[in-house]
Design a protein. Sequence first.
Length: 146
Amino acid sequence: MDSHGHLVGAKTLKEIAEAVQSCLDTHDRIVRYGGDEFVVILPRHSKAEAVRKTLCIKESVANTPYLQKEGIDLHVTASFGVATFPEDAEDKRSLLAQADQCLFESKDHGKNRIKVQGRDDRRIYCLMQAISMNPAWMRGHILPTR
């Protein structure tokens, strides 16, 4: 994306936001957080539902061809950090910090992954396996929490 300039980069981010939006419900929100990062707010969702939705978003972003109107067939992947309130944080600021920390851990483990914050690590790990039943799980693209 960097080799095509800022305007193309901005168009790519807009198209990525549209791919994310395709997985969201009426009350869900996507907000650009800076640079190439977005925050997805999922009110009224359990952790299991948030993980399920994150898997949908991950697949949508990876399977969408970008910049076709510009004659470019670009494919991208994304990394994700998931944290929920009140399970993982006491307030909005700490919730965002937890999700951000999970995102960085996801990227540190090779990108195109999901890292979920949680107190009961084994339960979340099994939950994600049950939800996905997806080849990405077998390739280790979903990281258990420590």
